[in-house]
Design a protein around this ligand. Sequence first.
Ligand SMILES: Cc1cc2nc3c(=O)[nH]c(=O)nc-3n(C[C@H](O)[C@H](O)[C@H](O)COP(=O)(O)O)c2cc1C
Length: 208
Amino acid sequence: MKVALVNGSPKRQGSASGILVAALQDRLGPTAECVVCHAATQGRDEALAAFAGCGALVFVFPLYVDGIPSHLLRLLDEMQGAIVGVAPDATVCCVVNNGFYEAHQNKVALEMMGSFCVRSGLRWGQGLGVGAGGMIAAAPIGRGPLKGLGRALDELAGNILASRAADDRFVGPGFPRFLYQAVAHQSWRLEARQNGLKARQLYDRPQG
Ligand SMILES: Cc1cc2nc3c(=O)[nH]c(=O)nc-3n(C[C@H](O)[C@H](O)[C@H](O)COP(=O)(O)O)c2cc1C
């Protein structure tokens, strides 16, 4: 089966979405012919060429303002109506990760992708919402705090290979919320200092 994996992060490297794409590709194994696309650098025609003949299209992206990042939204808009012509049998799956701890924050973005499928005449497979995206680069997927994420990706890969639709899943880290928040605050303070700011300036409001 040919599978297109679309990295929908605007980051060229070091994105949580990139790590999730690699983890999923690993789990799909050699029976799947995977093509990885980058929504930030590839346009409509390139993406449609990559989608040609696919049995599954997997969009992996970060949650932006409770929705889809604008560059990916524009690409989807440009492709809408044309995808079904190049990949009529494709099942669409999505993996959305967010910065806040709660994975359910990704529910609305998954619903947006579901609406896109309805309008595009495509079949929805499964959505996976991943909370605490800041942890994804910090631990190996499938072990320790990311054990649950590993299991959810195993299940998604199985469903993709079987062209099977399944209920959306939401998975957070096996890590306490207060610790995640404390680490996030500490790293923002460090970033502020590295950029010549004092920690209290993080709370400044723009003038005017
Ligand atoms: C412009 C912008 C908007 C964001 N909006 C949200 C949001 O609404 N909810 C949330 O939990 N995280 C939000 N985030 C955090 C990202 O979803 C989070 O950092 C994610 O792990 C980034 O994934 P990536 O590395 O794949 O790009 C936002 C980040 C940016 C830069």
